[in-house]
Design a binder for this molecule. Sequence first.
Ligand SMILES: [Zn+2]
Length: 101
Amino acid sequence: MKIKKGDTVLIITGKDKGKTGKVARALPKEAKILIEGLNLKKKHIRPKQEGKKGQTVEIPAPLSISNVKIICSKCGKAVRIGYKVGSSGKFRVCKKCLQEI
Ligand SMILES: [Zn+2]
């Protein structure tokens, strides 16, 4: 998967379109990511004890990686990722500035 935990991404579709955030978790099996504080979904938590009120919390919902673009840490633009192979193995490069990211 091209996107990893800690990457900064730009959301290109949906209700958080145009927002950027940091990847909190990558879910390679589903080709999805969780972004800190974005794509929030309300979740109702049942009360633990009877007679008490439940709570509603907002948690980030997984977002398909096809809905985001990675922000290059070198040139700061939303870019496509390419791969290069060096002495230390395969690494990611920004297709715009050609720097390793
Ligand atoms: Zn770049």
